[in-house]
Write a protein that binds this ligand. Structure first.
Ligand code: ATR
Length: 286
């Protein structure tokens, strides 16, 4: 591809950046649609974030993604932050238009799209159990509440974090969220009648491939079991779930669909989803 004066750039702001999959995924998608766009990693320290954010708004950038550690801090440097991103308390996608920066959070929406397309379930009215209470869980849980989930149960090793997030959801979105201790008996009770189980903990992620976030015997066949971990592509939780007849949702979908949401906002076009999946599968192997 040729970068010229008409090229629209999209950045990824983080520190340290490491090996992000987003440049590959988006550049493959831009090329497939023949769009004169290019996605590039921009490593920015905390001290330089305000200067870089102001600079990008004056340049030929359509927008940018924001990753660790800037997802919260960036909000102070934007002209507007949408309602869901404000509830989540973090921005991962910024759209620039005529020098004006608007922040969104597409992690939760991306997750929901993956759940709907791979799991075949809609969110509204469902009973859903979420394991873990970190940044990803917060984006997912807030989005589920925002989209009309029936009942949400949060389980976390550090119980106070689950109580704090549940209180935040119940007071700021809708009173739909409860908490259960991360113990077998409590998890078993929480899973009675539940339709979806989501793992957002790092248990099962490389190099902890052997670990499970809950006892496999607690999985029942009416559950859609979803793991946001994508390395390895199929976690032990998903293998155990599939062996018990559960429908499973892999972690790669959240990564792809959060990007799909950004792609649409930057380009005004629907992203070639299968091309993006293929690029990541190629890169990650298996
Ligand atoms: P992310 O941004 O991916 O959500 P995070 O914010 O670091 O990552 O959150 C990691 C989650 O995995 C947390 O819920 C964490 O539990 P704590 O809040 O108790 O720390 C959970 N987690 C990580 N290692 C775990 C372990 N060994 N057992 C149980 N939970 C674990």
């Amino acid at each position: 591809m040729t970068i010229d004066v008409d090229t629209k750039l999209v950045g990824l702001l983080g520190f340290p950046l490491g090996h992000s999959l987003s440049p590959l995924m988006h550049n493959r998608a831009f090329a497939t649609l023949g769009l004169n766009f290019h996605y590039l990693p921009i490593q920015v320290s905390e001290a330089h974030l305000p200067t870089v954010a102001a600079g990008l708004a004056c340049m030929n950038f359509a927008g940018y993604n924001v990753t660790i550690p800037h997802k919260i801090r960036i909000m102070a440097h934007l002209d507007a932050v949408d309602d869901l991103a404000r509830l989540i308390g973090a921005v991962n996608t910024v759209v620039l238009h005529e020098g004006r920066a608007t922040g969104y959070n597409t992690d939760g929406a991306g997750y929901v799209r993956a759940l709907e397309s791979e799991g075949g379930v809609t969110v509204e009215g469902r009973k859903i159990v979420v394991l873990g209470c970190g940044g990803a869980a917060r984006a997912i849980a807030m989005t589920l509440a925002f989209r009309g989930v029936g009942a949400l149960t949060l389980c976390n090793r550090t119980a106070e974090k689950a109580h704090a997030l549940a209180a935040d959801i119940n007071s700021r979105v809708r009173p739909c969220c409860g908490v259960a201790p991360m113990e077998p008996a409590a998890l078993e009770a929480a899973l009675v009648g539940a339709e979806v189980l989501i793992n957002t903990t790092s248990m099962g992620m490389h190099p902890q491939e052997d670990r499970l976030p809950l006892e496999a015997g607690l999985l029942h066949r009416d559950l859609v079991v979803s793991d946001i971990v994508y390395n390895p592509r199929e976690t032990r939780l998903l293998r155990e779930a599939a062996a018990r007849g559960c429908r499973v949702v892999h972690g790669l979908g959240m990564l792809v669909y959060q990007g799909v949401e950004g792609f649409r906002r930057w380009t005004g076009q629907e992203a070639p989803v299968e091309v993006m999946f293929a690029a990541l599968r190629e890169k990650l192997g298996g």
